[in-house]
Design a protein around this ligand. Sequence first.
Ligand SMILES: C[S@@+](CC[C@H](N)C(=O)[O-])C[C@H]1O[C@@H](n2cnc3c(N)ncnc32)[C@H](O)[C@@H]1O
Length: 273
Amino acid sequence: MSTEDNEGFMRVVRHIQDEVDFEPEYYNEAYLNRRISARMRRQDADTYDEYLSVLKDDPDEKEALMDSLTINVTNFFRNGKMWEALREVVQELTDNNRSVKAWSAPCADGREPYSLYMLAIDDRNIDESRLSVLGTDISDEALENARKGVYETTRTTDIGEELSLLDHPENYVDVEDNTFTVKPEVRRQIDFERHDLVQDGPKRNYDLIFCRNLLIYIDSEYKLPVFDTLTSSLKHGGYLVVGMTETVPQEIRDDFEPVSKRCRIYKYVPEER
Ligand SMILES: C[S@@+](CC[C@H](N)C(=O)[O-])C[C@H]1O[C@@H](n2cnc3c(N)ncnc32)[C@H](O)[C@@H]1O
């Protein structure tokens, strides 16, 4: 990026910091630039300053940029091989514990925590009555959608296909034309609440935590603090699942034993220090 472009880019970032409900400093520059450039193309803006004027004048663009920055792309059973490998982990946890606490952070529109609970009901070897599931996200809009549990098949998203890892999806989801609604008895089992993984600190005594497809966007300075939150929330011997292109930082890798390296499932076994 030329110096002039870089200055223009920084002006847009500062404006986001001041005026948009989003913390650009958490995320790496390459990511921010990709999302801003995508909006610039949509607005036919050739320079960052041209885009900044659009952003200042048009409240709809502020919304559109916010949507683009919060990247709440997700699927039911995203990375199916991971979910197949996870069956054994959830089975072991529910066999050995009276109650098992799982946390999907971030959960976007809820498909990840619903996947876990549906897998547990669908798999005869898992006792779902022992499982409680929490989904959290920074985006209130994503959480509102998660609580509703309504998903549409569109040109680019096939919800029926996403649910095909289940033997009996019809037991957990009502289908009408292209609309899939998670049944109330499944929805009731998942709690959703707002939580910012960078700022809001840990929770306690979790047996299983998913933190998938957020770390890739987070600036390196914030990765260790996020992992601090995750490990402080995990029981010793609990499990952590990260995204397929994400890794546990070198500094704390010894505290994790891979259960499946390929599927990014780790057991938390910190040495007493
Ligand atoms: C790509 S989705 C991942 C959803 C799901 N874990 C998956 O892998 O399919 C990323 C989510 O991270 C949320 N997010 C972004 N920054 C966050 C933060 N600081 N704390 C919590 N959630 C955050 C976004 O709102 C978005 O819903």
